[in-house]
Design a protein around this ligand. Sequence first.
Ligand SMILES: [Mn+2]
Length: 358
Amino acid sequence: MKMTFRWYGESSDSVTLKQIKQIPGCTGLMGVLDQYAAGEIWPKDIIKKYVDNVHAAGLEVEVIESVNVHEDIKMGTPSRDKYIENYITTIENLAANGIKVIVYNFMPVFDWLRTDLAHVIEDGSNVLYYDDNELQDMTPLKLVEETTKNSNGFSLPGWEPERLRELERVLDVYKGISTDKLLENYKYFLEKIIPTCEKLGVRMAVHPDDPAWPIFGLPRIAHKKEHFDKIIKLVDSPANALCLCTGSLGSNPDNDVPSIIRHFGELDRIACTHVRNVKFIGPKHFREASHLSSEGSLDMYEIMLALYETGFDGYIRPDHGRMIWDEIGRPGYGLYDRALGLTYLNGLWEAIDKNKKK
Ligand SMILES: [Mn+2]
């Protein structure tokens, strides 16, 4: 496996490449270029500048995240073909710069979602938090306003202002879209893009719905094992793969994360993984935690063991961390707790590896 760290780019991240380079055992990034709205072409020269900058810092970048799918593609409107063409051009431009995995999602309107971005926990740090009861009292617009207000001045992936301008109209269109229809639109998209990916040696990695259930009555099709069984068959190709996010899937205790890893790992459909812990509080109610097993509800040893035993050789990164030691950064994406998480995951991996080779 290749241990990586998410980085948003010089002007959009509180963490520097130099800091990332100094985390032991971190060899590269899962990169993000967050200046482009869904549907726009990411220009080759801008990607090159980003990649060259990362290489100059002594790090690799073979994974790019948040290449967002335009809402018209998900809704299946006639204008989708233009946006799919743009998406294909972006795939080509990324591949030309050495990118091998593209992380995206097919969630209608909302990307990941929390009701509190700085929930203070017992140790005095703060974490991302979700309570479905609180969501029931909120309109989608109110939630977006609150989220934007509390993000320390950073724009959150999936919450870019331009993406939300048309919120009301889009929410209305989705009232007529069933989960079957959404899957059909998804298949249409994959059928158009996967041949290009196969030709260029790029794997598309779909990120699970986060949290792992429907919200605001919108159709959601990617939050349990059965869903991904369907998705990988929409176009049956190794290029149609998963970004297995333990915290997103793990937000629903019905999802047995190690067994889901074993299932898709044996099929060789996990292109990359986000590994983090969550702590269950009640039904549809959880908060994030440090990566350590004993601090949350997921067994990180079993997660790493499942990856190891299925021969995982893709990219992995720690996911959201707590905000600790008075750091101010993008919610979930500070340096300190993610660096601790990365080191812990590397420790688990080393222990498993040495034990297996004894
Ligand atoms: Mn994730």
